[in-house]
Design a protein around this ligand. Sequence first.
Ligand SMILES: C[S@@+](CC[C@H](N)C(=O)[O-])C[C@H]1O[C@@H](n2cnc3c(N)ncnc32)[C@H](O)[C@@H]1O
Length: 282
Amino acid sequence: MTDDTTPQASYTAQHSPDRVGLGRTAGQRTAEIFAGLRAEMNPTPETEALSRLSGRLTARLLMRMAKPELFNFVPVRSGGFLGLIEEELDGQPATVVEIAAGFSPRGIQLAREHPELNVIEIDLEDVIEEKKNRLNKISKFEKPANLTWYSADLGVTRLSEVLQGQKVDVVSAEGLLPYFTFSEIPRVVSYVRDSLKPGGAFIADIGYSDVKGVQEASRVVSLFRRQTSTMPGSVHDEDTAISFFKDGGYKDVAVHRMPKVAERYDLPKPAPDVLFFMVARN
Ligand SMILES: C[S@@+](CC[C@H](N)C(=O)[O-])C[C@H]1O[C@@H](n2cnc3c(N)ncnc32)[C@H](O)[C@@H]1O
């Protein structure tokens, strides 16, 4: 979706050192590690095809460094997003947009299980192309007809432009906001609000770090950061997370904690209390 007149790629879309061949940008390297963790923890033809060896090897290394329960983070974050998205829907036709979809299989799952939905996934051009190539390697893979992929650098192209002014019911962003500074987040979330119908929801996660679990997670987090060269930001309280969305123009903002989300959707337990699921309504 970017063109020759685009001034430059946003910093989250720019190349940074890739020490172990995981990917061109920090976000891609993170997406690759999460794809590796999903394939290791829940091997299916799709999770395996969506991951590659460097991601799976990094995932194996990370998984040796801490108690297995810390890695409940992976299915609880993915499954929590799925549960929260589905709660926003009532079986009627609706459009769900997953921004920064990376190599997550959730859009495929949502589109298959909810034929009444129009599901759109957006990521950088090279990630979307790579995702298509990986899935096409699965024999008999059929892209659901109600799933569309768009490529865009959402740091320089507004979501409303990518969606050509279409207003949608739900936008989700798993693992994206931690890549922005606290002062940038209200702008990013307000751009998403421009594309929501009245009452539509933006579902996103924000890292939370004022917990004992972070001590235990710290070795894993520091190795992870060495591979991805990122410094994902975390807040220390719910009010700060809520203020990002209020400053971005949302009236109704709810915070859901990981352990409660794991209970609510019957996901693996114990779940570490290391992020907030935010549901912000337009
Ligand atoms: C941490 S990954 C999360 C991927 C996926 N949601 C998951 O949970 O596995 C962040 C994703 O954001 C994408 N991304 C980063 N900057 C972007 C931008 N400016 N525009 C669009 N996507 C971007 C990266 O390519 C990457 O796939």
